[in-house]
Design a protein. Structure first.
Length: 124
């Protein structure tokens, strides 16, 4: 198992334009579950969850998120909370499209993000 601190270090290294110190960034992840996502033994990303909120960050390796991955990560959150929440930068059209393909619905926005909610998996 990859230590949480190592996963957070990987996340920090890929952040660009973050207006936080490293210490503030690490503190912002307090209370969040940060778990590795590996494909064929290679760390390609992490899942980040807190309650019904879910995020997925990648580390640049080429791979595809499978339907089984989606069920594995989102299914338990749907079962426990009845829904899953996420947010995507307003200018990240590729991620917004992906969210809609999975079944997320836009439920609001703020200055920087579009907020999404998922109440059932399309490909369950």
């Amino acid at each position: 198992m990859i230590p949480r601190a190592e996963l957070i270090d990987r996340l920090w290294l890929q952040e660009e334009g973050v207006f936080l110190s490293r210490e503030q960034y690490v503190q912002s992840l307090d209370g969040w579950d940060v778990s590795p996502h590996e494909v064929a033994g290679v760390l390609v990303g992490v899942t980040i969850t807190k309650g019904p909120e879910f995020h997925f960050a990648t580390f640049g390796a080429k791979w595809r998120l499978t339907r089984a991955d989606i069920r594995r990560y989102l299914g338990p959150l749907l079962e426990k909370y009845g829904h899953v929440e996420t947010k995507t930068p307003k200018d990240d059209y590729r991620q917004q499209r992906f969210n809609r393909l999975i079944g997320f619905t836009a439920v609001g926005e703020d200055e920087f993000y579009t907020h999404y909610k998922l109440e059932h998996l399309r490909h369950a």
